[in-house]
Design a protein around this ligand. Structure first.
Ligand code: HEM
Length: 396
């Protein structure tokens, strides 16, 4: 009986769109699965006893609601802000928010342009190259290392650890992976300890100095997790925003040509890239009180998956949602940076980096072309390419 039940259950799971979303089909192409989930209603139950929604209005409502929060008890708070609810969340977020405002981040424009020029000069003309490892991945790493005031000497090591740590966002793949992560976490803490020491003695006008000299606003045990989050949050996301948008454009040559002719549309192209193929496909919230969503009763402790990637293709909000359209007039209504108190702290930085990157790519390589099969990254939570071969023939 046990075996039969298990077989029935696994057969059921294999067909269920929410289960498939988290497995290989979701990794390769989640979009048909979102449509299956949408056809079941605005909020539905998953086979795991949770709730799920791909409805834009409801995702937005849940992410902003005071009746929902993140599961503080379920996790080890290693991701700081992301794993905290108010008032602890508010206390930390207020301290670091000014360092990530549009205005403060704007000061990094020349630095971002310089990093890009440096990366671009290594691009081979005519031979295929990997857009991810040559341009899209190194850029956010260089910028955040700069922003956190990490000395050049440590930057490479930081980059390796950040990438390793960030890989956990897609799910832990094996015991060996978990062990590597533990070692990485330890090493990052050691490196940060050195930087904290330096910034206590000689504070500068940077976010780490503010964190270590905050007169108790940040507790000692909160410092490493907060800095680690700032370090890794942009590693595995911005790279995919650049990659996914370039892929969308090259797959729609009329849109690519439009951008070649008007590179000043790069920011719009990035905004539509965020909507069309979100680097973070889903998040979730726990009901902190008995409540109701779209007429469905929730008990305190019930969990709902807010599938951002599906909400971004909600036909009630976006006309012809499966089309990449540079001139869409409401692309910025996407939920790719989430919403409510956990709205992405790095949104201005991600937009600036990706916008400049795309403008540089399209002006330097107007004849850019796909060059062979792409490899998607493991896991289905973060959507993007591991390897993205392209070719940049010399323009006439
Ligand atoms: C939070 C997406 C880049 C820092 C988030 C969340 C999403 C997100 C969806 C909220 C998750 C939730 O609600 O559960 C993205 C995307 C990016 C990006 C798509 C790039 C395309 C960055 C960058 C930084 C950053 C460059 C730089 C520091 C953060 C932080 C949080 C966060 C600190 C936590 C905010 C909080 O809990 O208050 N991001 N992110 N992100 N992001 Fe980003």
């Amino acid at each position: 009986y046990g075996t039969k039940a298990r077989l029935l259950w696994s057969g059921y799971l294999r067909r269920d769109p929410v289960a498939r979303l988290q497995l290989e089909p979701g990794r390769l192409d989640p979009y048909p699965l979102y449509e299956q989930i949408r056809s079941r209603g605005r909020v539905s139950r998953t086979p795991f006893g949770h709730f799920v929604t791909v409805d834009h209005e409801i995702c937005n409502e849940v992410l902003r609601s005071r009746d929902f929060g993140v599961g503080e008890d379920a996790r080890d708070k290693s991701l700081s802000l992301l794993d905290l609810n108010p008032p602890d969340h508010t206390r930390l977020r207020r301290l670091v928010a000014p360092d990530f405002s549009v205005r403060t981040i704007g000061r990094y424009t020349p630095r971002i342009e310089a990093v890009l020029q440096n990366l671009i000069k290594d691009v081979p003309r005519d031979d295929p190259f990997d857009l991810v490892s040559v341009v899209a991945a190194p850029l956010p790493i260089a910028v955040i290392a700069d922003l956190l005031g990490i000395p050049d000497a440590d930057a490479d090591e930081f980059a390796r650890h950040g990438t390793e740590f960030g890989s956990a966002l897609g799910g832990i793949q094996s015991l060996a992976h978990a062990q590597r992560l533990a070692a990485t976490r330890k090493r990052l803490a050691e490196i940060f300890a050195g930087i904290f020491e330096l910034r206590r003695k000689e504070p500068t006008d940077d976010v780490v100095s503010r964190i270590v000299n905050s007169d108790g606003t940040v507790r000692p045990e909160e410092m490493v997790p907060l800095c680690t989050l700032l370090l890794i949050a942009g590693f595995e996301t911005t790279v995919n925003l650049i990659g996914n948008t370039v892929l969308a454009l090259l797959s729609n040559p009329d849109q690519w040509r439009m951008l070649v002719e008007q590179p000043e549309l790069a920011e719009r192209a990035i905004e539509e890239g965020l909507r069309y193929d979100s680097p973070v496909q889903r998040t979730g919230r726990l009901a902190t009180a008995d409540t109701e969503v779209a007429g469905v009763p929730f008990k305190q402790g019930d969990w709902i998956m807010t599938a951002i990637g599906g909400a971004n293709r909600d036909p009630a909000v976006f006309t012809d949602p499966a089309r990449y359209d540079l001139h869409r007039d409401n692309a910025e209504d996407h939920l790719s940076f989430s919403g409510g108190v956990h709205y992405c702290l790095g949104a201005a930085l991600a937009r600036l980096e990706a916008g400049i990157a795309l403008r540089t790519i399209v002006t330097e390589f107007p004849e850019l072309a796909l060059a062979g099969p792409r490899e998607r990254r493991p896991g289905s939570l973060i959507r993007g390419m591991q390897h993205f071969p392209v070719r940049a023939p010399r323009s006439a």
